[in-house]
Design a protein around this ligand. Structure first.
Ligand SMILES: [Cu+2]
Length: 166
């Protein structure tokens, strides 16, 4: 019998590339409504603000969820990417009856809100640079198709926390 397998897959190189991408995402672009490129779009520029953001403390530094509300007083936009200098991976998920699936973009309706909440659409955060602790404030960089990137500091709360209870 002759060994034909290649012993070392190039996993290391791949992981390195992913990490480099995550670290490179640390550059912060703070979007300014007046400078929007698509300000002339028919339904007007989006006017976004982020509220009620929190991350329930993940067990033992494991995978965490992230919840927040994006309010919009202007035209429609889409959340197309989320990253964090504190974690290697942030993805957008939609919960279905039995499971959850990753989504590439989430609509922010005109004069409405995109809500990421328990039991519904949420963020999944993994690969912490440092184990999160209660009271930490972790940066999330939310990139929107029209508005650009908005950076928010998101507090780490108890696992059972719900917004509205102080
Ligand atoms: Cu999920």
């Amino acid at each position: 019998m002759r060994g034909t397998g290649v012993p070392g897959f190039r996993r290391t190189a791949l992981a390195g590339a992913v990490l480099a991408t995550a670290l490179g995402g640390g550059a912060i672009l703070v979007a300014c409504g007046a400078g929007g490129q698509d300000g002339a779009a028919a339904d007007g520029p989006a006017r976004l603000s982020v509220a009620d953001s929190y991350i329930p403390l993940p067990p033992a530094g494991g995978m965490a969820a992230g919840y927040l509300t994006v309010r919009n007083d202007g035209g429609q936009d889409q959340l197309v990417k989320v990253s964090s200098p504190a974690a290697q991976s942030v993805t957008m998920h939609r919960s279905t009856a039995s499971t959850m699936e990753q989504v590439e973009r989430l609509d922010v309706p005109a004069h409405g809100a995109l809500q990421l909440a328990r039991g519904g659409t949420h963020l999944m955060i993994m690969g912490w640079q440092k184990t999160p602790a209660l009271g930490d404030e972790l940066e999330l960089d939310l990139t929107f198709a029209r508005t650009g990137t908005i950076s928010v500091k998101v507090p780490v709360k108890e696992l059972t926390y719900r917004p509205g209870q102080q």
